[in-house]
Design a protein around this ligand. Structure first.
Ligand SMILES: [Cu+2]
Length: 615
């Protein structure tokens, strides 16, 4: 077991050490070492080269399969390790295996022979988990990565934790950054799949799971550790032929397609490359969708549902289509809007999600349409807000066949918003995101897993203000546990019936929802609805939000989801504590540790069942 001290030491030297090792005898020259550890003029030359050329739209899109349940787990899950396990006993059990393998990002050389990557069950993104409200599940995640020194993905750390992004999850299953496991160990994630406060208006739909290892989230996700989690219910039932009158009959099965966007850098030999010297944020020069460089996807002339996630690490997108009707937007982040809207463009900061309907019956047979990114971004700090020529684009849809039939529908109404009840508010907190002493900070501090910056009382509501103190960088701020409702953007009230649109930097205005005529509301650029789990702080922005904290106790985090900022070290720990015991932080952890956690959910290795040593 690596001690935190040792891991930090590795982190400091990670890039340099690996480069040195690869250089063999020449690397023993101390001047050579210095050149790589402290590059005087910025980056080492091999980190400043462009990725090899790759032809656009010659590689088919990879579509991850749906994960199938298993009959039993050995050893069986330990109910004592989970909050509310007896109330929500898992009805299905799953297993995933974090592994190292070669992944083909493109069909041409040098990509063809594959890049050493990490993922789940031999693929990245990992399998899609299909979950359902009212059906608790348990996912046993095995870390089968090769240990440090054996793993060939040299920039990442084979020590993992997995966050179900947007999940309403007990702390011990949520994948907190400090809850890591090492190769040979497993962790049980109990997902009870009930909406926050058991309020059906709090239901969610498109979630994604990704690594969240403290100090290594960016590198571990970049290596391939992420995947999708779809959450269905009787309305969004996952069956476009569903005869139940409550069912919305959105496109389902092979017409319900996850798309995760990552921009990636490659070495000249086609291996994925990381730049440990850049703490502003990493931009790749190859666009990938589901870890395929500029793929094509063959479609029928009918409606499809696409679930788009900006998987990072640091790029923001403004998505457009090369031709045809606008996007029909169903969701903002993980939740359904009150009604679908039309949007000419969609703005996604890191970790933001959107579900859209594209109706290819509006196109001719053999026509193509391309998903484009038009947002200018020249460094990891954030986008300029200007539009640029999109180049070839990110993903090409090819209309190859008429549809036999299209039973899918687009409902007029989706999900009502949960209410804002200011009488429940017990505390207001302000979080200022800044850059101090070469690190990314929140309220002037870097992350410490043993410092609790807020003690939130279970069963109450709070108002949090996210403030960007910088005028040249952006921070997509993500809070675990529950979505918030926006109260104000830059001092202007944000009515719950509004959604946000943006033409450019700071050009933010609101469009009113709940239009009752037959036509869908139309906006130029969709930036998010009233309810989210990512507050996009553009330079100088201040966003005030309302949360309710119910159901569980324990430690959680809130952080910048430019994951390079997160790792360096723009994150805070906050805890949900018993009623009457709330506090203004900081306070040492331990004083507010909930009493419920007996054994850790990953209590042993696959070889034996010994307790993890105390970290
Ligand atoms: Cu940031």
């Amino acid at each position: 077991m690596l001690k935190r001290r040792e891991i930090l030491a590795m982190a400091v030297g990670a890039g340099g050490a690996v480069l040195l090792e690869r250089r063999g005898a020449a690397a023993t020259d101390p001047h050579d070492q210095l050149r790589f550890l402290c590059p005087p003029d910025g980056e080492p030359p091999e980190l400043a080269t462009a990725s090899p050329e790759a032809r656009a739209f010659v590689t088919p899109l990879y579509v991850p399969p749906v994960l199938q349940p298993v009959a039993t787990l050995d050893p069986p899950p330990d109910p004592r390790a989970h909050q509310r396990y007896d109330e929500y006993p898992p009805k299905k059990l799953y297993e995933t295996f974090e592994q190292e393998f070669c992944w083909q990002y493109h069909v041409d050389e040098p990509y063809k022979s594959g890049s050493l990557s990490w993922g789940f069950n031999g693929a990245t993104p990992g399998p899609v988990i299909h979950a359902r409200y009212g059906e608790p599940i348990l996912v046993r995640r095995h870390n089968q990565l090769p240990p440090v020194g054996v793993s060939q993905v040299s920039f990442a750390l084979p020590s993992t934790t997995q966050h179900l992004h947007n999940g309403h999850t007990a702390s011990e299953s949520d994948g907190e950054p400090q809850d890591w496991i090492d190769p040979g160990e497993f962790w049980d994630h109990h997902y009870p799949n009930f909406p926050a406060g058991n309020d059906p208006r709090q239901k969610l739909t498109t979630l994604w799971y990704h690594d969240h290892r403290m100090d290594f989230t960016a590198t571990n996700v970049y290596a391939g550790l992420d995947g999708f989690y779809f959450l269905f219910d009787e309305e969004d039932s996952g069956d476009e032929n569903d005869p139940d009158p409550k069912a919305w009959r959105l496109p389902s099965g092979k017409y319900d397609v996850p798309l995760i966007l990552h921009d990636v850098l490659f070495q000249t030999n086609g291996q994925v490359r990381w730049n440990p010297f850049n703490t502003d944020g990493i931009l790749g020069d190859r666009f990938t969708v589901n870890r395929t460089i500029q793929p094509f996807f063959e479609v029928e002339r009918r409606k499809y549902r696409f679930r788009i996630v900006n998987g990072g690490p640091s790029r923001f997108y403004k998505l457009k289509l090369s031709s045809g009707p606008p996007f029909i937007v169903l969701t903002g982040d993980g939740n359904f809007l009150p009604e679908p809207i039309d949007a000419d463009a969609i703005y996604l900061s890191v970790a933001q999600r959107v579900d859209v309907i594209l109706d290819f019956s509006k196109y001719d047979l053999h026509e193509t349409v391309t998903l484009l990114n038009v947002l200018e971004q020249s460094n990891g700090k954030g986008p300029s807000g200007r539009e640029i020529h999109p180049g070839d684009g990110i993903l090409q849809f090819r209309v190859v066949a008429d549809a036999k039939n299209d039973p899918s529908q687009i409902p007029k109404r989706l999900r009502p918003r949960p209410p804002i009840d200011l009488s429940k508010v017990r505390a207001q907190r302000t979080w200022t995101f800044d850059y101090d002493g070469g690190l990314w900070t929140v309220n002037g501090k870097v992350f410490d897993p043993n410092r609790v910056d807020a003690g939130v009382e279970q069963g109450t509501a709070e108002i949090w203000t996210f403030r960007n103190a910088g005028n040249s960088w952006s921070h997509p701020v993500h809070c675990h546990f529950v979505e918030f409702l926006i109260l104000e953007i830059n001092g202007r009230p944000y009515a719950p019936s509004y959604l946000q649109t943006a033409g450019g930097l700071h050009d933010v205005f609101e469009a009113k929802l709940d239009v009752t005529d037959a036509r869908r509301p139309h906006v130029d650029t969709f930036m998010g609805g009233p309810r989210r789990d990512v507050a996009t702080l553009l330079p100088g922005d201040e966003i005030k939000v309302y949360f309710e904290f119910n159901d569980f106790l324990g430690k959680y985090v809130m952080h910048c989801h430019n994951v390079v900022h997160e790792d360096h070290s723009m994150m805070v720990r906050w805890d949900i504590v018993e009623p009457g015991r709330g506090f203004v932080g900081p306070r040492p952890a331990g004083d507010s540790e909930p009493p419920h956690l007996e054994p850790r959910p990953g209590t042993g290795t696959q070889q034996d069942d010994t307790e993890n040593p105390d970290r």
